[in-house]
Design a protein. Structure first.
Length: 284
């Protein structure tokens, strides 16, 4: 029987982790990569018989990749602390990995997103590949050695080298407790992303235009094309939140780029002043 390891990145989420870990009885190993939590998360993980705790302060997907490397399973599953597999999903995973042919390397798993404890069915949660509105597929189960997060951005997807199929049963994603929580969460993620951006790959003028048009396009895509209007007021909040997220990304990039430019200009001015002062003293 193939071994299954579940890898979870955490930081100060003890109450969420209680529910998630309780639902992972189908796993052989749980690898938790924790960013030095202070709320009891580490103690909870240490008390679980199947769990291994790793503490490090890397970027979230850097930590997940580290957990993949540390895991001992033949198959690896990435979960977040606010994602809870259903019992049906656990049974399906065990059955599918036990019978998987050698050329099958990964599985897309449907998930339901809950926004303020309400199931979000359209807009950001809509996936045209899914037969169930509000169940969006995510690639998060793969054969060891075939998957990795190759991007340094917080919301990019897992890359799996090889053929992937779709599972039928879901996990539940309790992503957003409130609109305030959504803003705080994405303020944290965008700060981390901008910290790691390469200024040479971006243009301040382009980011300024993107601040203007990006949020409008984002809202219309989610609200009209992906039918966010069908969720009513909840859909307006969810689609509007994504528009705000788009604005945050470009605004922070613009700030970083202009700060870098000003630092360079200030440094050039200092060098020129030093040169002029030195020349004046030499000629005095």
């Amino acid at each position: 029987m193939p071994r299954l390891s579940v890898v979870i990145p955490t930081k100060n989420c003890v109450e969420l982790m209680r529910r998630t870990m309780a639902a992972l009885d189908f796993a052989d190993e749980i690898v938790v990569v924790d960013m030095f939590s202070t709320d009891g998360t580490a103690e909870l993980v240490r008390s679980h018989p199947k769990a291994r705790l790793i503490q490090r302060n890397g970027h979230i997907y850097e930590n997940v990749n580290f957990g993949f490397d540390a895991a001992t399973g033949d198959w690896l599953m990435r979960l977040d602390s606010d994602e809870i597999p259903t019992p049906e999903l656990g049974r399906e995973i065990r059955e599918r990995i036990a019978s998987a042919p050698e050329d099958l390397c990964g599985f897309y798993i449907p998930n339901r997103t809950y926004y303020s404890n309400r199931w979000l069915k359209y807009g950001p949660a809509y996936d045209e590949r899914s037969p169930v509105p509000g169940e969006r597929f995510r690639l998060c189960l793969f054969r060891a050695g075939t998957g990795r997060y190759e991007s340094e951005l917080s919301h990019d997807d897992l890359t799996v080298r090889g053929r992937c199929e779709y599972l039928k049963h879901r996990y539940d994603h309790y992503s957003v407790r409130s609109f305030s929580h959504y803003l705080a969460k994405n303020n944290y993620y965008t700060d981390m992303d901008v910290e790691r951006m390469n200024p040479a790959e971006h243009d301040a003028r382009a980011e300024a235009w993107a601040m203007l048009w990006g949020p409008v396009k984002e809202f219309l895509v989610f609200f009209i094309k992906r039918k966010g209007y069908k969720d009513g007021a909840l859909g307006i909040i969810a689609c509007g939140g994504y528009a705000i997220l788009r604005f945050m990304i470009h605004a922070k990039r613009w700030e970083r780029l202009t700060a870098v430019k000003n630092d360079i200009e200030d440094a050039d001015k200092r060098k020129m002043l030093e040169y002029v002062t030195a020349s004046h003293l030499t000629n005095a």
